[in-house]
Design a protein around this ligand. Structure first.
Ligand code: GDP
Length: 369
């Protein structure tokens, strides 16, 4: 039996198989580490040498255990969501786990949404969606970790609410939690030393602790992967195409009932019943949209998926799940959300259907814009 080795930085069990999970170390680094008697996982190594954090995933059970343990502390919870994929960012049951601890809700990737969207409207909308999920955040901050904007606003809010307590940063993977923490560190390092990056590594198993000046800690926790998201079914190249990196330019389509819109080969929107009206599509600017007749759409897809309708690329079509249909009757302005891909705003009453690969949800919510 091989001996179990733990990272001396965070205590995670060292493994060399899965890059995105806790304790990953490349074999070469592991061998060097064993020689020198100091084995760090890649995450702690990068943190020590480059002040760079990246997110790792943990199993659902471990994640629940972690949330539970946070509920038993007296702390401020900073909950990071991706505004572009709000539904996909939700951690179900979070409100039960946090107990009486205050939650500061951070809407990240604000740079992706159209600039015309007013901040006040966006935060109000987030508050309503949070309430629906049973969460009552003490405040909401909008950030773009990528552009490093609003980092001082965020730190001010954290200071205001933590009242000397530790701060836990939670979020599912891919919401930009690591980018955000790195941006916080770089915003504070050398400025007023709110966070003393030089003394990291008081880390404990599966968490990374960054000390504030008063000795309390900013604690970064691993995320969980939401398997119903589109990202799970796409290769790296396709993912680049479908994850917006800059401001989305909404595309408006005037559709009659009986028309279909394909979002590449990844999803499909049918307008089934209602008067001729405008539909606004919010997806990555790079994604190809194709309008066709509803009647022949299923055959059209079969013929063109992987070629005209892509992603998925031709060689990925056989592994790509079939599209599954969700029908909705619309009464008020509504977004039809394709988890992780974007949404289509339906302003007028009517009947529509959204199709997504089996396993990915199509849900409706009150229109954001
Ligand atoms: P984590 O898994 O939550 O730690 O997420 P990462 O920090 O690794 O970010 C996931 C992806 O989102 C990366 O491709 C980032 O470049 C991107 N990202 C993070 N923050 C932002 C942001 O504020 N705006 C945009 N457009 N992309 C972001």
């Amino acid at each position: 039996m091989t001996e179990e080795i733990h990272c001396i930085g965070c205590g995670a069990l060292i493994q060399t198989e899965n890059k995105d999970e806790m304790g990953y170390t490349p074999v070469s680094a592991l061998n060097k580490g064993i020689e020198s008697g100091e084995v760090y996982c890649q995450r702690c190594f990068r943190l020590r040498h480059y002040n760079d954090i990246y997110d790792v995933a943990m199993s659902d059970d471990d994640f629940l255990r972690l949330l539970n343990s946070i509920g038993q502390t007296d702390s401020l919870i900073v909950y990071v969501v991706d505004i572009f994929d709000f539904n996909g960012s939700l951690i179900s049951g979070l409100h039960r786990f946090v107990g009486d601890n205050p939650v500061l809700l951070v809407g990240n990737k604000v740079d992706i949404l159209p600039k015309s969207l007013k901040k006040g409207k966006l935060t109000q909308w987030m508050r309503e969606r949070a309430h629906e999920a049973g969460l009552h955040p003490i405040d909401i901050v909008l950030t773009s970790a990528k552009k490093k904007n609003a980092m001082f606003d965020l730190l001010d809010e954290i200071e205001k609410y933590r009242k000397g307590r530790d701060v836990y940063v939670v979020g599912v993977t891919n919401v930009g939690k690591s980018t955000l923490i790195n941006a916080i560190i770089s915003a504070t390092a050398g400025v007023d030393n709110v966070i003393t990056t030089s003394q990291f590594p008081g880390t404990t198993l599966d968490k990374i602790e960054i000390p504030f000046e008063d000795g309390s800690l900013l604690i970064d926790t691993p995320g969980i992967i939401h398997r119903h998201q589109m990202a799970h079914y796409l290769g790296k190249k396709d993912l680049k195409l479908t994850s917006p990196t800059k401001e989305i330019k909404p595309k408006v389509y005037q559709l009659n009932a009986g028309q279909t819109l394909f979002l590449g080969g990844l999803a499909r929107f049918d307008y089934i019943q209602g008067a001729k009206t405008a539909f606004v599509v919010y997806v990555s600017n790079e994604l190809y949209l194709h309008r066709t007749k509803l009647e022949t759409a299923t055959d059209f897809y079969k013929t063109h998926v992987g070629e005209l309708l892509k992603p998925p690329a031709k060689d990925e079509v056989t592994d790509f799940p079939e599209l599954v249909r969700f029908e909705y009757s619309i009464k008020e302005p509504t977004d039809l959300v394709f988890a992780g891909l974007g949404w289509i705003t339906v302003k007028d009453p009517g009947v529509v259907a959204g199709w997504a690969p089996k396993g990915v949800d199509v849900v409706i919510r009150k229109a954001l814009i």
